[in-house]
Design a protein around this ligand. Structure first.
Ligand code: PHE
Length: 343
């Protein structure tokens, strides 16, 4: 094992030799062979000197390290001076990169809208074209707005723990966008025509249910509004969204806050109405609930039930997107599988 002094001597002689050789270098080739011999990364003289470091004792290491580093710096400076003298320019850091200007440009990858966002945007645009304006309400809602004011008193089955995510202090995650109806009517007088898109939450998880999903609420109140207006608006919407040939079915139904109530189905596009796993053999898929606003609801917001009538509807956005984009498992929307999202 060489001693510290031996190594320092070796370093000194390498230094002398290098300076000597560099002073004679006159062509780019000379310079390049010098660079390889002394400054080459894998087996240049400098690298070899540094390799000796590991053989030294803990006290000697910094002594030799310091000298070697000074030498390295000196070598670098001398080399750059010479390089400039020969090439007329300073050396580039790293390897020179040849630019091939005939290469095609790099492709920019565009992002994609989530199918739900796409569907929501389209729903909103159809209704705003018809003259509805957009309203919003909180996702963390008071029991009063989500249930009570919508004619669902405390013992109502829709409040079942199975469905609702309850929070403390009389709050819950809204199970529907209908509370926005109340909030809007509380602060405005008829005529009212709004849609309220948003997230809703229910404790559910299967092919056609996820614990969070989207609805678009609609509300129209004015003098002389009847069920025919409701039918007309919904048919116009559904044909604009799905196309004029769409099969539509209005079914009598029940909601505590509408009377009469209806549910609207669309012919199942997966089985063409024959009945399959998605439509649970019915041949139809339910996509919205609707009805004439219940007088009890109007009373809460102090609308005169002798003067005004109105209709409301709630559309399941995921269902719309499933049908429109031919997706047969609702859960795919929220699993964030990029292969699915990129389609
Ligand atoms: N809120 C109802 C639901 O979530 C849908 C609905 C909205 C029904 C408005 C009637 C009127 O099922």
């Amino acid at each position: 094992m060489p001693s510290l002094n031996e190594l320092l001597e070796r370093l000194d002689s390498v230094r002398q030799q290098a300076e000597e050789e560099l002073s004679h270098a006159g062509t780019p080739e000379d310079l390049e062979s010098f660079r390889i011999k002394y400054m080459g990364r894998s087996s240049g003289a400098l690298t070899n000197l540094f390799k000796q470091l590991s053989d030294l004792s803990v006290e000697d290491k910094p002594v030799f390290g310091k000298s070697a580093n000074l030498f390295k710096q000196r070598l670098q400076e001398l080399f750059e001076e010479k390089y400039q003298a020969i090439h007329g320019a300073v050396p580039k850091q790293g390897k020179a990169v040849l630019k091939d200007i005939t290469l095609p440009g790099r492709k920019v990858n565009y992002g994609h809208m989530h199918p739900i966002t796409k569907a929501l945007t389209e729903v909103v645009s159809i209704f705003t074209t018809m003259g509805f304006s957009i309203a919003e309400g909180p996702e963390i809602e008071r029991d009063y707005y989500n249930f009570e004011a919508l004619n669902m008193p405390e013992e109502h089955p829709a409040r079942d723990m199975q469905d609702t995510f309850y929070l403390s202090g009389g709050f819950l995650l809204r199970t529907q966008t209908s509370p926005v109806q109340i909030r809007i009517m509380e602060r405005s007088r008829p005529p009212v025509s709004i849609i309220a898109p948003g997230r809703v939450f229910r404790r559910d998880w299967d092919l056609t249910h996820t614990p969070m999903f989207h609805q678009v609420e609609g509300l129209l109140v004015d003098k002389g509004i009847s069920m025919t207006h409701l039918k007309g608006v919904l048919e116009t919407f559904l044909k604009a969204f799905f196309g004029v040939d769409t099969k539509i079915r209005f079914r009598p139904s029940y909601f505590p806050f509408t009377e009469p109530s209806t549910e609207v189905d669309i012919g199942c596009i997966f089985c063409n109405g024959k009945g399959c796993r998605v439509c649970k053999t019915a041949g139809w898929l339910e996509i919205l609930g609707a009805g004439m606003v219940h007088p009890e609801v109007f009373k809460r917001v102090k609308y005169d039930t002798d003067v005004y009538t109105g209709f409301a509807f709630g559309i399941g956005t995921e269902r719309l997107a499933m049908l429109k984009y031919n997706i047969n498992d609702l859960r795919m929307f929220f699993e964030n599988d990029l292969r699915f999202l990129r389609q």
